[in-house]
Write a protein that binds this ligand. Structure first.
Ligand code: GDP
Ligand code: IMO
Ligand code: MG
Length: 427
């Protein structure tokens, strides 16, 4: 009964889509367990590149069943468009399953996400503006609307009227925006319900049955450890639990089912949006990393902030996720550097520490302490084994493995599936 969690170990965009796709042919179910269309997962197959937002990356593997779990927040208009777009490229979505318990992103969530960010000014989080935070807030406040509500028009209208009574006051009186018409939204969403109905299922039941039958279930995280609402750099985080524990809550599988936690980590670091980032490079080297690594957001097109590998946060990710194996991606991007710095600790108020500090204030004051590794110049994008890597690239990866506290199962040397050096079985 293998149930494997894929989790981002930094601030997102580590290459989770590629890792999921790589395992796709040996996996029966690929489950998204949190987040929404704030995610952007790129999968490159041959000459084709796919950018997935709500659909699990498993949709690209003909043998696996893609599942949108209860922990995801779904913007149904966006999902229907994503299904249509990918089907137009010849990818079938017929096997897709959507949890009846997943919450919906409603028009007022998107409006509130945008106006609250504007209201925060300099203190803004830099959200993707997709309504993620407000949708999760309503879920926890018990005023959310779920997929199953789309099949009970009376309940949908009643819930919408109730919630909009309050939200419209906020939108019009606090933020000076137009109110939202409950009847119009209900009609629009009931139409979405008709189009999504055939996919809706009791996904927790199906996944547990699959594990009983020894099927392989892959739980594909979105966002990442340092964006986790509990374990990330709060308040500069997303509003869900991307860490491995969230995979159970967001899919309806018990913790004893999880057999492996695969951490995905870039050979350097990036971040989109605001918040602390100790190893950030704001100079031309940072710009070089951005250009060489193609570090522009898949969802918003924003420039990603770039910096050196931070072993402090990677070790932290190992700890809070119980990572059993790592996939180090984008090693190829680092070719051509004289020296490759790695942050091994933080200096905070004159004291060097090896762990993520307890408070956010200390994190904001953290200055990276670097160890410098010799660089390599060769193009490594065709390397198929560790021995085909230049000695310095090999030494760099082995040093990272040592620092982060879990073995390296695979190394990415390019965006394509076959540009992967596999050291240990991924399943
Ligand atoms: P995700 O959100 O974690 O799925 O990652 P993104 O898709 O947002 O960003 C990762 C980017 O790096 C994508 O453009 C991938 O195609 C690309 N990528 C993944 N692994 C590698 C790798 O090993 N080398 C290179 N050069 N690119 C990679
Ligand atoms: P994937 O799955 C990188 C960031 C946003 C912002 C913060 C909160 O592709 O790794 P939100 O819209 O979620 O309320 O924004 O989280 N963020 C991501 N950064 N990759 C992502 O997803 C992200 N999803 C959200 O930039 O700082
Ligand atoms: Mg991404």
């Amino acid at each position: 009964m293998p149930a494997i969690v894929i989790v981002g170990a930094q601030w997102g965009d580590e290459g989770k889509g590629k890792a999921t796709d790589l395992m796709g042919d040996s996996v029966d179910f690929v489950v998204r367990y949190q987040g929404g269309n704030n995610a952007g997962h790129t999968v490159v197959i041959g000459e084709e590149s796919y950018a997935l937002h709500l659909l699990p990356s498993g949709v690209l593997s003909p043998h696996s069943v893609p599942v949108i779990g209860n922990g995801v927040v779904i913007d149904p208009g966006v999902l229907i468009k994503e299904i249509g777009d990918i089907q137009a490229r010849g990818v079938s979505c017929e096997r897709l399953l959507i949890s009846a318990n997943a919450h919906l992103i409603m028009p007022h969530h998107v409006s509130l996400d945008k106006v609250t960010e504007r209201y925060l000014g300099q203190a803004r989080i830099g959200t993707t503006g997709r309504g993620i935070g407000p949708a999760y807030s309503d879920k926890v406040a018990r005023t959310g609307i779920r997929v199953q509500d789309l099949f009970d028009p009376a309940i949908l209208r009643q819930k919408l009227e109730l919630v909009l009574r309050e939200k419209n006051q906020v939108l019009t009186k606090v933020y000076n925006r137009r109110g939202i018409d409950a009847g119009r939204v209900a009609d629009e969403y009931l139409e979405y319900g008709k189009r999504l109905a055939s996919y809706v299922a009791d996904t927790s039941l199906i996944l547990n049955q699959a594990l009983e039958e020894d099927k392989v279930v892959l739980l594909e995280g979105a966002q990442a450890t340092l964006l986790d609402v509990d374990h990330g750099t709060y308040p500069f985080v997303t509003s869900s639990s991307p860490t491995a524990g969230g995979a159970c809550v967001g899919s309806g599988l018990g913790p004893t089912r999880i057999t492996k936690v695969l951490g995905i980590v870039k050979a350097y670091t990036t971040r989109v949006g605001a918040g602390p980032f100790p190893t950030e490079l704001t100079d031309e080297v940072g710009e070089w990393l951005r250009k060489t690594g193609g570090e522009y957001g898949v969802t918003t097109g924003r420039e990603r902030r770039t910096g050196w590998f931070d072993a402090v946060i990677a070790r932290y990710a190992t700890r809070v996720n119980g990572v059993t194996d790592y996939f180090i991606t984008k090693l190829d991007v680092l070719s051509g550097l004289e020296k490759v710095p790695v942050c091994t600790g933080y200096e905070i108020d004159g004291v060097v520490r090896a762990d993520v500090p307890m408070t956010q204030t200390e994190f904001h004051h953290a200055k990276p302490v670097y160890e410098y590794f010799d660089g390599w110049w060769e193009d490594i994008s065709n390397a198929k084994s560790l021995s085909e890597l230049p000695a310095n690239a090999r030494a760099y990866v082995l040093a990272l493995a040592d620092m982060i506290g879990a073995p390296v199962a695979a190394i990415g040397v390019g965006p394509r599936r076959d540009q992967t050096i596999q050291l240990r079985p991924l399943i």
